[in-house]
Design a protein around this ligand. Structure first.
Ligand SMILES: *[C@@H]1O[C@H](CO)[C@@H](O)[C@H](O)[C@H]1NC(C)=O
Length: 320
Protein backbone atom coordinates (compact mmCIF):
# COMPACT_ATOMS: atom_id res chain seq x y z
CA UNK A 1 0.00 0.00 0.00
CA UNK A 2 2.77 2.40 1.02
CA UNK A 3 4.63 1.55 -2.15
CA UNK A 4 1.58 2.23 -4.30
CA UNK A 5 1.27 5.59 -2.62
CA UNK A 6 4.89 6.50 -3.35
CA UNK A 7 4.50 5.44 -6.96
CA UNK A 8 1.39 7.58 -7.29
CA UNK A 9 3.23 10.48 -5.70
CA UNK A 10 6.04 10.04 -8.20
CA UNK A 11 3.78 9.76 -11.22
CA UNK A 12 1.61 12.74 -10.39
CA UNK A 13 4.37 15.33 -10.76
CA UNK A 14 5.65 13.58 -13.87
CA UNK A 15 2.32 13.82 -15.61
CA UNK A 16 2.11 17.42 -14.45
CA UNK A 17 5.56 17.99 -15.96
CA UNK A 18 4.45 16.76 -19.34
CA UNK A 19 1.47 19.08 -19.05
CA UNK A 20 3.57 22.16 -18.29
CA UNK A 21 6.52 21.59 -20.59
CA UNK A 22 5.45 22.22 -24.18
CA UNK A 23 6.19 19.20 -26.33
CA UNK A 24 8.36 21.19 -28.71
CA UNK A 25 10.78 22.00 -25.88
CA UNK A 26 10.82 18.47 -24.61
CA UNK A 27 11.79 17.26 -28.04
CA UNK A 28 14.30 20.03 -28.39
CA UNK A 29 16.10 19.30 -25.16
CA UNK A 30 16.38 15.67 -26.22
CA UNK A 31 17.78 16.17 -29.66
CA UNK A 32 19.01 19.78 -29.33
CA UNK A 33 17.47 20.43 -32.70
CA UNK A 34 17.67 24.02 -33.77
CA UNK A 35 14.86 24.12 -36.32
CA UNK A 36 12.90 27.29 -35.74
CA UNK A 37 9.28 27.01 -34.76
CA UNK A 38 7.41 28.69 -37.56
CA UNK A 39 3.86 29.85 -37.39
CA UNK A 40 1.66 27.14 -38.83
CA UNK A 41 -0.96 27.46 -41.57
CA UNK A 42 -3.88 27.77 -39.20
CA UNK A 43 -2.20 30.59 -37.28
CA UNK A 44 -1.33 32.39 -40.52
CA UNK A 45 -4.92 32.02 -41.72
CA UNK A 46 -6.33 33.37 -38.45
CA UNK A 47 -4.10 36.44 -38.81
CA UNK A 48 -4.91 37.18 -42.46
CA UNK A 49 -6.12 40.78 -42.99
CA UNK A 50 -5.85 41.50 -39.27
CA UNK A 51 -4.35 44.51 -37.49
CA UNK A 52 -2.05 44.25 -34.49
CA UNK A 53 -0.34 46.45 -31.93
CA UNK A 54 2.90 45.17 -30.38
CA UNK A 55 4.58 46.87 -27.41
CA UNK A 56 8.20 46.10 -26.59
CA UNK A 57 8.79 45.53 -30.30
CA UNK A 58 12.24 47.14 -30.44
CA UNK A 59 14.09 44.08 -29.16
CA UNK A 60 13.91 40.61 -27.65
CA UNK A 61 10.66 38.68 -27.61
CA UNK A 62 8.56 41.67 -28.75
CA UNK A 63 10.72 42.10 -31.83
CA UNK A 64 10.52 38.36 -32.53
CA UNK A 65 6.71 38.46 -32.20
CA UNK A 66 6.56 41.44 -34.56
CA UNK A 67 8.71 39.63 -37.14
CA UNK A 68 6.62 36.46 -36.89
CA UNK A 69 3.41 38.49 -37.33
CA UNK A 70 5.00 40.27 -40.29
CA UNK A 71 5.29 36.91 -42.05
CA UNK A 72 1.48 36.62 -42.13
CA UNK A 73 -0.80 38.43 -44.57
CA UNK A 74 -1.71 41.04 -42.02
CA UNK A 75 -3.11 44.46 -42.85
CA UNK A 76 -1.47 46.70 -40.27
CA UNK A 77 1.02 46.32 -37.47
CA UNK A 78 1.89 49.11 -35.01
CA UNK A 79 5.36 48.65 -33.53
CA UNK A 80 6.08 50.30 -30.22
CA UNK A 81 9.01 50.57 -27.86
CA UNK A 82 11.31 53.17 -26.35
CA UNK A 83 14.23 53.09 -28.76
CA UNK A 84 13.25 54.84 -32.00
CA UNK A 85 16.37 53.68 -33.90
CA UNK A 86 15.78 50.04 -33.00
CA UNK A 87 12.09 50.36 -33.89
CA UNK A 88 12.97 51.78 -37.30
CA UNK A 89 15.36 48.88 -37.78
CA UNK A 90 12.62 46.38 -36.87
CA UNK A 91 10.23 48.15 -39.25
CA UNK A 92 12.76 47.77 -42.08
CA UNK A 93 13.07 44.06 -41.33
CA UNK A 94 9.27 43.76 -41.29
CA UNK A 95 8.97 45.66 -44.59
CA UNK A 96 11.48 43.28 -46.14
CA UNK A 97 9.38 40.30 -45.01
CA UNK A 98 6.05 41.71 -46.14
CA UNK A 99 5.56 44.50 -48.64
CA UNK A 100 1.74 44.40 -48.46
CA UNK A 101 1.34 45.05 -44.74
CA UNK A 102 1.43 48.61 -43.36
CA UNK A 103 3.92 48.97 -40.52
CA UNK A 104 3.76 51.97 -38.21
CA UNK A 105 6.32 52.98 -35.64
CA UNK A 106 4.96 54.68 -32.51
CA UNK A 107 7.48 55.10 -29.68
CA UNK A 108 6.22 54.99 -26.10
CA UNK A 109 7.80 54.93 -22.64
CA UNK A 110 5.66 52.52 -20.60
CA UNK A 111 6.84 54.02 -17.30
CA UNK A 112 4.81 57.11 -18.30
CA UNK A 113 1.12 56.22 -17.94
CA UNK A 114 -0.19 59.40 -19.62
CA UNK A 115 2.16 58.75 -22.54
CA UNK A 116 0.90 55.16 -22.68
CA UNK A 117 -2.72 56.34 -22.92
CA UNK A 118 -1.81 58.77 -25.69
CA UNK A 119 0.15 56.08 -27.49
CA UNK A 120 -2.85 53.74 -27.36
CA UNK A 121 -5.15 56.43 -28.80
CA UNK A 122 -2.68 57.09 -31.63
CA UNK A 123 -2.22 53.38 -32.31
CA UNK A 124 -6.00 52.87 -32.40
CA UNK A 125 -6.43 55.63 -34.96
CA UNK A 126 -3.53 54.27 -37.06
CA UNK A 127 -5.60 51.04 -37.19
CA UNK A 128 -8.82 52.95 -38.05
CA UNK A 129 -10.35 51.97 -34.69
CA UNK A 130 -10.05 48.34 -35.72
CA UNK A 131 -7.49 46.39 -33.69
CA UNK A 132 -7.65 42.60 -33.80
CA UNK A 133 -4.58 41.65 -31.79
CA UNK A 134 -3.07 43.53 -28.86
CA UNK A 135 0.32 42.15 -27.82
CA UNK A 136 1.58 43.57 -24.52
CA UNK A 137 5.21 42.55 -24.45
CA UNK A 138 7.03 45.66 -23.21
CA UNK A 139 8.56 44.98 -19.82
CA UNK A 140 11.45 45.31 -17.45
CA UNK A 141 13.00 43.05 -14.83
CA UNK A 142 14.56 43.80 -11.43
CA UNK A 143 17.70 42.52 -9.71
CA UNK A 144 17.93 43.33 -6.02
CA UNK A 145 16.84 42.15 -2.62
CA UNK A 146 13.84 43.69 -0.90
CA UNK A 147 16.05 45.43 1.68
CA UNK A 148 18.08 47.06 -1.08
CA UNK A 149 15.15 48.01 -3.32
CA UNK A 150 13.53 51.40 -3.09
CA UNK A 151 9.77 51.82 -3.24
CA UNK A 152 10.32 53.74 -6.49
CA UNK A 153 11.58 50.55 -8.19
CA UNK A 154 8.39 48.71 -7.16
CA UNK A 155 6.39 51.61 -8.56
CA UNK A 156 8.35 51.77 -11.83
CA UNK A 157 8.02 48.04 -12.48
CA UNK A 158 4.31 48.11 -11.70
CA UNK A 159 3.96 50.88 -14.27
CA UNK A 160 6.12 49.33 -16.99
CA UNK A 161 4.93 45.71 -16.59
CA UNK A 162 1.34 46.16 -15.50
CA UNK A 163 -0.28 49.61 -15.20
CA UNK A 164 0.74 50.76 -18.70
CA UNK A 165 -0.85 47.58 -20.07
CA UNK A 166 -4.04 48.32 -18.18
CA UNK A 167 -4.02 51.92 -19.51
CA UNK A 168 -3.44 50.74 -23.09
CA UNK A 169 -6.11 48.01 -22.82
CA UNK A 170 -8.69 50.50 -21.59
CA UNK A 171 -8.18 52.56 -24.78
CA UNK A 172 -8.13 49.61 -27.19
CA UNK A 173 -10.50 46.97 -25.80
CA UNK A 174 -13.80 48.95 -26.03
CA UNK A 175 -13.43 48.94 -29.84
CA UNK A 176 -12.88 45.16 -29.71
CA UNK A 177 -16.04 44.78 -27.63
CA UNK A 178 -17.98 46.90 -30.18
CA UNK A 179 -17.03 44.63 -33.06
CA UNK A 180 -17.30 41.46 -30.95
CA UNK A 181 -13.82 40.07 -31.62
CA UNK A 182 -10.18 40.45 -30.69
CA UNK A 183 -7.25 38.84 -28.91
CA UNK A 184 -5.21 40.25 -26.05
CA UNK A 185 -1.84 38.55 -25.59
CA UNK A 186 -0.13 39.67 -22.42
CA UNK A 187 3.42 38.47 -21.87
CA UNK A 188 3.87 37.70 -18.19
CA UNK A 189 6.63 35.43 -16.85
CA UNK A 190 7.25 32.23 -14.93
CA UNK A 191 8.00 34.77 -12.17
CA UNK A 192 4.32 35.67 -12.36
CA UNK A 193 3.62 32.16 -11.05
CA UNK A 194 6.49 31.84 -8.57
CA UNK A 195 8.16 34.62 -6.60
CA UNK A 196 11.92 34.11 -6.40
CA UNK A 197 14.62 35.96 -4.41
CA UNK A 198 15.90 39.30 -5.78
CA UNK A 199 12.71 39.76 -7.79
CA UNK A 200 10.12 41.23 -5.39
CA UNK A 201 9.30 44.12 -7.75
CA UNK A 202 9.30 42.01 -10.88
CA UNK A 203 7.29 39.12 -9.40
CA UNK A 204 4.68 41.53 -7.99
CA UNK A 205 4.15 43.21 -11.36
CA UNK A 206 3.88 39.87 -13.17
CA UNK A 207 1.52 38.34 -10.58
CA UNK A 208 -0.63 41.43 -11.15
CA UNK A 209 -0.71 40.65 -14.87
CA UNK A 210 -1.78 37.04 -14.17
CA UNK A 211 -4.66 38.02 -11.91
CA UNK A 212 -5.79 40.84 -14.16
CA UNK A 213 -5.88 38.57 -17.21
CA UNK A 214 -7.82 35.86 -15.39
CA UNK A 215 -10.46 38.32 -14.21
CA UNK A 216 -10.54 40.09 -17.58
CA UNK A 217 -11.05 36.80 -19.41
CA UNK A 218 -14.11 36.02 -17.31
CA UNK A 219 -15.63 39.30 -18.48
CA UNK A 220 -14.55 39.44 -22.13
CA UNK A 221 -15.00 35.87 -23.36
CA UNK A 222 -18.75 36.37 -23.86
CA UNK A 223 -17.95 39.42 -26.05
CA UNK A 224 -15.88 37.27 -28.41
CA UNK A 225 -12.53 38.48 -27.09
CA UNK A 226 -9.85 36.03 -26.02
CA UNK A 227 -7.39 36.93 -23.27
CA UNK A 228 -4.06 35.10 -23.19
CA UNK A 229 -1.51 35.27 -20.41
CA UNK A 230 1.86 33.85 -21.43
CA UNK A 231 4.48 32.83 -18.87
CA UNK A 232 7.90 32.44 -20.46
CA UNK A 233 10.93 31.05 -18.68
CA UNK A 234 14.39 32.26 -19.68
CA UNK A 235 14.66 33.62 -23.22
CA UNK A 236 17.87 34.81 -24.80
CA UNK A 237 17.10 38.57 -24.78
CA UNK A 238 18.48 41.73 -23.19
CA UNK A 239 16.04 41.48 -20.25
CA UNK A 240 18.79 41.18 -17.62
CA UNK A 241 20.93 43.91 -19.25
CA UNK A 242 18.04 46.33 -18.93
CA UNK A 243 16.88 45.16 -15.48
CA UNK A 244 16.65 47.68 -12.64
CA UNK A 245 18.89 47.64 -9.57
CA UNK A 246 17.41 48.50 -6.19
CA UNK A 247 18.20 52.20 -6.64
CA UNK A 248 16.62 52.28 -10.10
CA UNK A 249 19.95 52.26 -11.98
CA UNK A 250 20.50 49.74 -14.75
CA UNK A 251 21.80 46.28 -13.80
CA UNK A 252 23.70 46.20 -17.08
CA UNK A 253 24.84 42.57 -16.89
CA UNK A 254 23.95 39.64 -19.10
CA UNK A 255 22.99 36.79 -16.76
CA UNK A 256 24.05 33.32 -17.87
CA UNK A 257 20.49 32.08 -17.39
CA UNK A 258 19.23 34.74 -19.82
CA UNK A 259 22.07 34.29 -22.30
CA UNK A 260 21.44 30.52 -22.35
CA UNK A 261 17.68 30.99 -22.61
CA UNK A 262 15.44 29.88 -25.45
CA UNK A 263 15.62 31.42 -28.90
CA UNK A 264 13.16 34.36 -29.02
CA UNK A 265 12.05 33.57 -32.58
CA UNK A 266 11.10 30.04 -31.63
CA UNK A 267 9.31 31.21 -28.52
CA UNK A 268 7.42 33.83 -30.56
CA UNK A 269 6.33 31.20 -33.09
CA UNK A 270 5.18 28.90 -30.34
CA UNK A 271 3.24 31.66 -28.58
CA UNK A 272 1.35 32.59 -31.76
CA UNK A 273 0.60 28.94 -32.56
CA UNK A 274 -0.63 28.33 -29.01
CA UNK A 275 -2.95 31.32 -29.23
CA UNK A 276 -4.25 31.11 -32.78
CA UNK A 277 -4.11 27.38 -33.55
CA UNK A 278 -4.54 25.72 -30.20
CA UNK A 279 -6.67 28.36 -28.50
CA UNK A 280 -4.66 28.17 -25.27
CA UNK A 281 -5.41 30.87 -22.70
CA UNK A 282 -2.77 30.68 -19.97
CA UNK A 283 0.39 28.84 -20.85
CA UNK A 284 4.05 28.45 -19.99
CA UNK A 285 6.69 28.59 -22.73
CA UNK A 286 10.46 28.13 -22.72
CA UNK A 287 10.49 26.80 -19.18
CA UNK A 288 13.75 25.01 -18.42
CA UNK A 289 14.10 22.20 -15.93
CA UNK A 290 14.24 24.32 -12.78
CA UNK A 291 11.28 26.52 -13.76
CA UNK A 292 9.22 23.45 -14.61
CA UNK A 293 10.22 21.75 -11.37
CA UNK A 294 9.35 24.88 -9.38
CA UNK A 295 5.88 25.09 -10.94
CA UNK A 296 5.22 21.45 -10.11
CA UNK A 297 6.58 21.81 -6.58
CA UNK A 298 4.37 24.83 -5.97
CA UNK A 299 1.35 22.60 -6.47
CA UNK A 300 2.56 19.36 -4.91
CA UNK A 301 5.15 20.35 -2.31
CA UNK A 302 4.86 24.07 -1.58
CA UNK A 303 6.85 23.87 1.66
CA UNK A 304 9.73 22.18 -0.14
CA UNK A 305 9.75 24.93 -2.79
CA UNK A 306 9.71 27.54 -0.03
CA UNK A 307 12.82 26.00 1.53
CA UNK A 308 14.55 25.78 -1.85
CA UNK A 309 13.97 29.48 -2.45
CA UNK A 310 15.31 30.39 1.00
CA UNK A 311 18.45 28.37 0.25
CA UNK A 312 18.79 30.04 -3.12
CA UNK A 313 18.67 33.46 -1.48
CA UNK A 314 21.28 32.52 1.12
CA UNK A 315 23.57 31.11 -1.55
CA UNK A 316 23.25 34.19 -3.75
CA UNK A 317 23.88 36.43 -0.74
CA UNK A 318 27.11 34.57 0.01
CA UNK A 319 28.28 34.98 -3.58
CA UNK A 320 27.70 38.71 -3.63
C1 LIG B 1 20.44 43.53 -27.25
O1 LIG B 1 20.95 44.83 -27.36
C2 LIG B 1 21.92 44.98 -28.39
C3 LIG B 1 22.49 46.37 -28.29
O2 LIG B 1 21.50 47.33 -28.19
C4 LIG B 1 21.27 44.69 -29.73
O3 LIG B 1 22.20 44.79 -30.76
C5 LIG B 1 20.70 43.27 -29.71
O4 LIG B 1 20.01 43.00 -30.90
C6 LIG B 1 19.76 43.09 -28.53
N1 LIG B 1 19.38 41.69 -28.43
C7 LIG B 1 18.12 41.26 -28.58
C8 LIG B 1 17.90 39.79 -28.46
O5 LIG B 1 17.19 42.00 -28.78
Amino acid sequence: MEMLKSIALLLLPLSAASFFVPSTYRKESLSRLAASIEINEKTAKELTDKSAIVTGASSGLGKALALQLAKCDMKKIVLSGRNMDSLQDVKEQCDALNSQCEFHVLPCDLSDIEASKKFAKDALSKCNDNVDVLVLCGGMSSRSSFLESSYEVDEMLMKVNFLSGSAISKEIVPSMVDKGSGSIIWISSVQGLIGTPYRTSYAASKFAVQGYCEALRSELTSSGISVHCVSPGYISTNLSLNAANGDGSSYGKMDQTTANGANPNQVAGEILNNVFSKGKSDFVVAAGFSATAAIILKFFAPKFLEQKLVKRFLKAQKNE
